[in-house]
Ligand binder design. Structure first.
Ligand code: PGA
Length: 251
């Protein structure tokens, strides 16, 4: 199955609006030169509107870094799928390990966000991944299975093609420690097997699974050579135009 590669930059809590627009324009330029792959950026909420406006004539995709489950209401600090649609944003990262670890989002909440996003026409980039302790005690696969089962609860087969998955081992995020290509491929293969068993092979074969965790210009080519790695979710290295450019142009 030929899955279209997707390189996504997660800008986290970085960049002013003007810095974000500039960086997005650089990414859009690279994206225009690489028609065989998708490129996405996820700016902070404050920069979403301007980045979206600046990019409207390009093929660069724009994502929010999170999304609420209700359309509107008393949810201080949250942004709804309707609000994202209103500014032309159709993707959102959900379940990033920083949301899980720092802000206490659990799988039940992530499932709520995911289903709310789908209902509101927002395509989720769902992140899963194990901690160092979980890996060292041999629980990587069981942790991934539990996250997948809970995060995707109630998501029907006909919605699965709207979801992008990201495998992000927590111990590799922002640490400079990348999973080996074998470790990453093994986890990705497990995620695809899970989708085959829970849904069907056709669906599993179509879902893009990104790797995230210290992706750099130096390791992107090897990662992308793995059969089940369909792209990357890039943090630190997406904040510099040159390094993100090289990652987008993986070979
Ligand atoms: P990193 O972050 O590339 O800086 O490790 C990845 C992520 O958190 O998505």
């Amino acid at each position: 199955m030929n899955r279209r590669p997707l390189i996504a930059g997660n800008w986290k809590m970085h960049l002013t609006v003007s810095e974000a627009v500039r960086l997005a324009q650089a990414a859009a330029q690279t994206c225009g030169a690489c028609p065989d792959r998708d490129v996405m950026v996820a700016p902070a909420f404050t920069a979403l509107t301007k980045v979206r406006e600046a990019l409207k004539d390009t093929s660069l995709l724009v994502a929010a870094q999170n999304v609420a489950w209700e359309r509107e209401g008393a949810y201080t600090g949250e942004v709804s799928p309707v609000m994202l649609q209103d500014i032309g944003v159709h993707f959102a990262i959900i379940g990033h390990s920083e949301r899980r670890q720092i802000f206490g989002e659990d799988d039940a909440m992530i499932n709520c966000r995911l289903r709310g996003a789908l209902a509101g026409g927002i395509q989720p980039v769902l992140c899963v991944g194990e901690t160092l302790e979980e890996r060292e005690t041999g629980r990587t696969i069981s942790v991934l299975e539990q996250q997948m089962r809970q995060d995707l609860q109630g998501v029907s087969a006909d919605k699965m093609h709207q979801i992008v998955l990201a495998y992000e081992p927590v111990w590799a995020i922002g640490t400079g420690k990348t999973a080996t290509t074998e470790q990453a491929q093994e986890a990705h293969a497990f995620l695809r097997r899970f989708l085959t068993e829970e849904y069907e092979k056709n669906i599993a074969d179509g879902v893009r699974i990104l790797y995230g965790g210290s992706v750099k210009p130096e390791n992107i080519d090897n990662l992308m050579a793995q059969p089940d790695i369909d792209g990357a979710l890039v943090g630190g290295a997406a904040l510099q135009a040159e390094s993100f450019d090289r990652i987008i142009r993986f070979r």
